[in-house]
Design a protein around this ligand. Structure first.
Ligand SMILES: NC(=O)c1ccc[n+]([C@@H]2O[C@H](COP(=O)([O-])OP(=O)(O)OC[C@H]3O[C@@H](n4cnc5c(N)ncnc54)[C@H](OP(=O)(O)O)[C@@H]3O)[C@@H](O)[C@H]2O)c1
Length: 235
C-alpha cells in the first residue's frame, strides 16, 4: 500500500522547501496550494498530487478532506504548514480576522487530523503529524494578537492529539521564529528583527528541514514543541 505525506500550503517558501525535500527522499506527496504558483507544475511533474484548496469555510475543508481520501488509502504523515500572518493593523474587522486566524491555524488542522486518523493508522508503521506553529506561542505578540492566539491553540492540540493517537501516531510541533524574511521587508525591519535572536541570522528553510528529519526518524518524541528560534527567548 502506498503511503503519502500530506502538506498544506506547499506552494511557496517553507512548505515548498519541505515538499522538494521529501520528494528527494522518495516520499509520495499530497499537497494543498491556494494560489497556483509556477512551482506547482514542477511539483506535479515530480509526481506530487497537488490539490487546490482555499480554506475559507467548513465546506472547503471538508471538500479537501474528501479529495485526500480519493487519492490515498494511507498517510505516512501530515504537515500542517498553511498559514496567514495577518494582523490587527491590517483591518478594522477584528471579528473576521479572529475567525480567519482560528480557521487556518486551528480549525483546519483539527478537522484534518480527526478526519484522517484512519488514514494515519492504516498500516503498521508509525505515522507523524507535525504542526508548524510560531515562537509567539510562548510570548504572545501585541501586533499579531489573533495570529498568536490561533498558533497557541494549534500548539495545545499537539498535546491532545499526541495523547489520543499514541502509539501509532507521533504528534509534534515546530515553533520557529524568523526563518525567512518576506520579499517586501525593509532594510530597517530586517536589521531590527535579526537583533531579536542570539544567533542574529536569517537561517532559511534548512533549519526546518533538519528538524523535520529528526521528528520523522524518531521513535520516541511525541507531544513536544521543538523551538527553532536562535535562542530568542534569552534576549
Ligand atoms: N517564515 C518564517 O520566518 C516563519 C516564522 C515563524 C513561523 N513560521 C511558520 O512556518 C510555516 C511556513 O511559513 P512561510 O513563511 O513559508 O508561510 P507562507 O509563505 O505565508 O505560506 C503559507 C502558505 O499557506 C497558504 N495559505 C494561507 N491561507 C490559506 C488558506 N485560507 N487556505 C489555503 N492555504 C492558505 C498560502 O497560500 P498562498 O500561496 O495562496 O498565499 C501560502 O502558500 C507557517 O505555518 C508559518 O506560520 C514561519
Amino acid at each position: 500500500m502506498t503511503s503519502h505525506i500530506l502538506i498544506t500550503g506547499a506552494g511557496q517558501r517553507i512548505g515548498l522547501a519541505i515538499a522538494h525535500h521529501l520528494l528527494l527522499q522518495g516520499h509520495k506527496l499530497i499537497l494543498s496550494y491556494r494560489t497556483r504558483h509556477t512551482e506547482i507544475s514542477k511539483l506535479e511533474h515530480l509526481g506530487a498530487t497537488c490539490i487546490q484548496a482555499d480554506f475559507i469555510d467548513d465546506a472547503s475543508i471538508s471538500h479537501f478532506i474528501k479529495q485526500v481520501n480519493q487519492h490515498t488509502s494511507s498517510l505516512r504523515g501530515i504537515i500542517h504548514n498553511a498559514s496567514s500572518w495577518d494582523c490587527e493593523n491590517n483591518t478594522l474587522d477584528f471579528a473576521a480576522l479572529f475567525d480567519d486566524m482560528m480557521r487556518i491555524h486551528a480549525k483546519v488542522p483539527y478537522l484534518i487530523n480527526l478526519a484522517c486518523t484512519k488514514l494515519l493508522t492504516a498500516n503498521n508503521n508509525v505515522a507523524d503529524v507535525i504542526h508548524l506553529t510560531d515562537y509567539v506561542v510562548e510570548k504572545g505578540s501585541p501586533k499579531h494578537i489573533a495570529y498568536a492566539a490561533s498558533k497557541a491553540a494549534l500548539d495545545n492540540m499537539t498535546k491532545s492529539f499526541a495523547s489520543q493517537l499514541a502509539p501509532k501516531v507521533k504528534v509534534n510541533a515546530i515553533a520557529p521564529s524568523l526563518i525567512i524574511f518576506n520579499q517586501d521587508d525593509s532594510k530597517e525591519y530586517k536589521a531590527k528583527t535579526l537583533k531579536k535572536s542570539l544567533m542574529e541570522i536569517e537561517p532559511g528553510s534548512k533549519e526546518i528541514l533538519n528538524c523535520l528529519d529528526m521528528l520523522l526518524t524518531s521513535s520516541y518524541i511525541t507531544g513536544r514543541t521543538i523551538q527553532v528560534d536562535g535562542g530568542r527567548h534569552l534576549k
